[in-house]
Ligand binder design. Structure first.
Ligand SMILES: [Ca+2]
Ligand SMILES: [Ca+2]
Ligand SMILES: [Ca+2]
Length: 213
């Protein structure tokens, strides 16, 4: 089993030992999928139009947004043979984000509900490594510097601890190992809304129906 516990001092200090031990990151998608805390929603980036373009912006998907803060290429792309790697890990499309050029850049996924678990394939990381950070205070290394066309998986599960559920997860490039852009492909994204967020949606719907009376 390929699994490692999240073990930062700050995290352990802020949590009980039991809940901290339930947080895990995964570099193997099959193991990640076996350890989800609820019903998963999968997005293969196949149902959107091609919209790759240069510049910082936010794109909306089904149940989440993706915000890129760089000035290079970002968006849904379908180029399979890139000449320096290949694109999707599944289907014909993927979410492309260019990192690199000696300045820190980030990609943030923002969810409309709190999520307990998140995972995604990250392909072709060859100039930098990517760290991750959630708005619930979880952070660490997502994927290490690899070589051309290597497919890596990053998964994060919170073990059902509602205090660790998050609505954003940000991937930020670390020190760059060379010059130029590093096109990185994200594909087969998975997230699990928490039962609490579903209850909140139900409650909100009830409140709205009451106001309409
Ligand atoms: Ca795909
Ligand atoms: Ca490449
Ligand atoms: Ca690359």
């Amino acid at each position: 089993m390929k699994m490692k516990f999240v073990g930062s001092c700050a995290l352990i200090g802020a949590l009980t030992a039991a809940s901290a031990a339930d947080v895990a990151t995964w570099d193997d998608r099959d193991s990640f999928l076996l350890n989800l805390g609820g019903t998963a929603i999968h997005d293969d980036f196949e149902t959107y139009g091609i919209n790759v373009a240069p510049g910082a912006r936010t794109l909306s998907f089904n149940g989440f947004d993706a915000t890129y803060d760089g000035n290079d290429l970002f968006g849904i792309d379908d180029v399979v043979n890139l000449g320096h790697g290949t694109g999707p890990t599944s289907g014909a499309q993927y979410l492309l984000a260019d990192f690199g050029s000696q300045s820190a850049r980030s990609l943030t996924f923002s969810f409309s509900e709190l999520v307990s678990d998140f995972g995604v394939y990250i392909r072709d990381v060859e100039l930098t490594s990517l760290s991750y950070e959630t708005d619930s205070g979880l952070s660490g290394m997502a994927v290490n510097l690899a070589s051309n066309d290597v497919i890596q998986f990053f998964g994060l599960t919170t073990g059902g601890d509602e205090s660790l559920a998050f609505s954003t997860i940000t991937f930020t490039m670390l020190a760059q190992s060379g010059t130029g852009q590093d096109g990185v492909m994200f594909d087969q994204l998975t997230y699990v809304p928490t039962p609490g967020s579903l209850a909140l949606i139900g409650f909100g719907g009830l409140a709205m129906s009451r106001r309409r009376r």
